[in-house]
Design a protein around this ligand. Structure first.
Ligand code: ZN
Length: 445
């Protein structure tokens, strides 16, 4: 079969290619991979995507991921055939991305000091497992099924394991979840337990757990579903697709994400590169990534806070020595990523290089915010009737900071992605019981 979809290394000097059935997460030289498509999709699909919002009985139209299936058709199926979709595409009854779209939130707009019309926030927490991960996981497990994988493997501090466990259970495949021993609130793993995943405890932090899970997957034929998996990135492209569709494909000035493993930054960048190449969008929104101050690898490197050099994509030849030296420096000083926003408590973001490409393409910016700022951001989202986790609070907090320093202009149109629902029940309780917090509403008697 003539392959219309294939894998290609992102390194400009390397560019190795692999068939779509390959299960590797990097090329022989250790570079990340992209899913590539030979055909240019017709812009008339915009109307088809819109019409599918009336799903007419198809869960693949209901799904906010598979509604856009022509733009991630790595299975190379007839996307109009329900039977072919049903055979190949993994979906939790159309629930992934179904409720996701951008909203105006007046109290958040007041908090960040921008006009209500200028600010859109897109909650991804209403996905079936409670976070944006379901977008990418539906696609990754679809690929796992395509290659007949019997066991998927991930490292996780919560959201990934919930999503992986859910789809694995639904598809009848095994799921191993590597976690940093003793570092995760047991509640954050309750979904993984509920879905029958096998928890594997690893000494160290998330970065150690990821390294171990990648090793084990390689040794024992497991299928990795962390965001280094290029199919995860394909599924997550649908997050900006939905934002853009609701804005009539009229690109905003900014798209803002919390920064953890940087899969979202990477996928948003890839989505925008493709849409721009096809002529579907004229303007390129700028991506803003918000790190936690206690896990600020990208912010430090991008903003030249380490060795005075600003790390850049540099036409596909980023200074990887600088990255290595930064990690060695952290190790030597015994600095471990530390924030209460555990979803982004990551010191070695696996998609760092892809994120640099995204920032380069979109003239992006990176900043960091404190835990207390994130908690205020989380709380003010709640005052609009939307739930979100602490890491998502980085988005309002980061937008506020970027507006205050003049990077985001007051008349800019900004889309912020709220990545997940609250899974740490005590965070809002503790926040509101402390009267010194900005939005606290302590109980009274
Ligand atoms: Zn390569």
């Amino acid at each position: 079969m003539q392959e219309n979809a294939y894998l290609k290394c992102i390194g400009m000097d390397c560019g190795l290619e692999y068939p779509i059935s390959a299960t590797r997460v990097e090329c022989e030289n250790g570079h990340l991979l992209d899913v590539k498509y030979k055909e240019k999709p017709s812009e008339s699909l915009k109307e088809k995507f819109l019409s599918r919002r009336n799903p007419e009985g198809s869960i693949f139209n209901e799904s906010g991921v598979w509604r856009f299936r022509e733009l991630l058709n790595f299975c190379q199926i007839d996307t109009e055939s329900f039977d072919e979709c049903a055979k190949s595409l993994v979906s939790l009854d159309g629930a992934e991305g179904r409720q996701s779209k951008p909203y105006h939130m007046s109290k958040v707009a007041d908090f960040v000091q921008i006009s209500q019309e200028g600010l859109w926030l897109q909650p991804e927490g209403y996905n079936p497992s409670g976070s944006f991960k379901d977008n990418g996981m539906a696609a990754a497990v679809t690929h796992a099924k395509l290659v007949n994988a019997k066991r998927i493997v991930c490292a996780s501090t919560g959201n990934t394991s919930a999503s992986a466990g859910m789809y694995a259970a639904n598809e009848g495949i095994e799921c191993d979840v590597y976690i940093p021993s003793g570092q995760i609130a047991p509640g954050k793993l309750s979904q993984a337990y509920q879905f029958g995943a096998q928890i594997v405890e690893v000494d160290g932090n998330f970065d150690d757990a990821l390294a171990k899970s990648l090793d084990e997957a390689k040794q024992s034929n497991g299928y990795t579903v962390n965001s280094v998996n290029p199919f995860r990135i394909e599924g997550q492209k649908t997050i900006p697709y939905r934002s853009l569709e609701y804005l009539n494909w009229d690109a905003p000035d900014w798209i803002v994400y919390p920064g953890g493993a940087l899969g979202n930054t990477s996928s948003c960048g890839k989505a925008l590169m493709e849409l721009h190449e096809w002529g579907w969008i004229k303007k390129i929104p700028r991506i803003a990534v918000i790190n936690a101050e206690g896990a600020s690898t990208l912010s430090d490197l991008y903003n030249g806070k380490f060795n005075g050099e600003e790390l850049r994509w540099n036409k596909g030849k980023p200074n990887t020595e600088l990255i290595k030296n930064y990690y060695s420096d952290l190790d030597e000083k015994g600095i471990r990523p530390k924030t209460k926003a555990t979803a982004i408590q990551i010191g070695r973001p696996a998609n760092l290089v892809k994120a640099l490409r995204a920032l380069d393409f979109t003239n992006g910016v990176v900043t960091s915010v404190s835990d207390s700022e994130m908690l205020d951001g989380m709380a003010v989202v709640g005052l609009n009737g939307f739930d979100c986790e602490m890491a998502s609070g980085a988005v309002p907090a980061g937008i506020k900071k970027l507006i205050e320093e003049g990077t985001i202009k007051k008349d800019d149109v900004v889309v912020g992605i709220l990545t997940g629902r609250q899974k740490d029940a005590m965070l809002p309780v503790d926040y509101h019981n402390n009267p010194s917090n900005r939005f606290a509403r302590p109980p009274k008697n």
